[in-house]
Design a protein around this ligand. Structure first.
Ligand SMILES: Nc1ncnc2c1ncn2[C@@H]1O[C@H](COP(=O)(O)OP(=O)(O)OP(=O)(O)O)[C@@H](O)[C@H]1O
Ligand SMILES: O=C(O)C1=C[C@@H](O)[C@@H](O)[C@H](O)C1
Ligand SMILES: [Mg+2]
Length: 163
């Protein structure tokens, strides 16, 4: 959360002249409700079901940039779909930067906790190995403006051997 997937994904899609999809936005559109509502009414598991359906269906399309939600890697089905359908970029951010970048946003139900910094640290510990398991490239985003992150992604993707 707060690594910049939505922000960077949109910019990257523009550079690549590809359509951009954000799984969180897609879930909200398909549900007709926002993410906090889905968590409140259906719980995290209900949200994860919807997330899996959206990611697996978007992974059937070719030629787009997809920003997932931060917890998409938790389900093996999502990891497999992402791996199979294209290149995977892991945007890494330190917990300190995640705290800064998510502080003003009320749209992340998992951070509605007394100590959101601890939540972010606990989530990163669980998720970091999963992101690494499926990533083709890992990009450090701390103290780097979005434009610089996008440039590095383009260079690193270019350097990969064709699949
Ligand atoms: N490289 C960066 N440097 C500074 N600020 C950034 C950077 N990337 C993103 N931000 C800012 O951090 C905030 C969170 O970014 P964003 O919503 O793109 O994160 P996310 O990874 O999509 O989070 P989530 O997992 O919750 O969907 C936004 O306000 C965005 O402008
Ligand atoms: O990291 C997470 O588990 C989440 C991140 C957001 O993108 C949303 O998908 C939702 O708030 C859950
Ligand atoms: Mg996002």
């Amino acid at each position: 959360m707060g690594a910049g997937k939505s922000t960077i994904g949109r910019l990257l899609a523009k550079e690549l002249r590809l359509p951009f999809k954000d799984s969180d936005k897609e879930i909200e559109q398909r549900t007709g409700a926002d993410i906090p509502w889905i968590f409140d009414v259906e719980g995290e598991q209900g949200f994860r079901e919807r997330e899996q359906a959206v990611i697996c269906s978007l992974c059937e399309s070719d030629g787009l940039v997809l920003a997932t939600g931060g917890g998409a890697v938790l389900r093996p089905q999502n990891r497999q779909a992402l791996r199979n359908c294209g290149r995977v970029v892991y945007l890494h951010a330190s917990v300190e930067q995640q705290i800064d970048r998510t502080a003003r946003d009320r749209n992340r139900p998992l951070l509605r906790a007394p100590n959101p910094g601890q939540v972010l640290a606990d989530l990163l510990a669980i998720r970091d190995p999963l992101y690494r398991e499926i990533a083709d490239v890992i990009i450090e985003t701390d103290e780097r403006p979005p434009r610089m992150v996008v440039q590095e992604i383009l260079e690193r993707l270019e350097a990969l051997a064709p699949r």
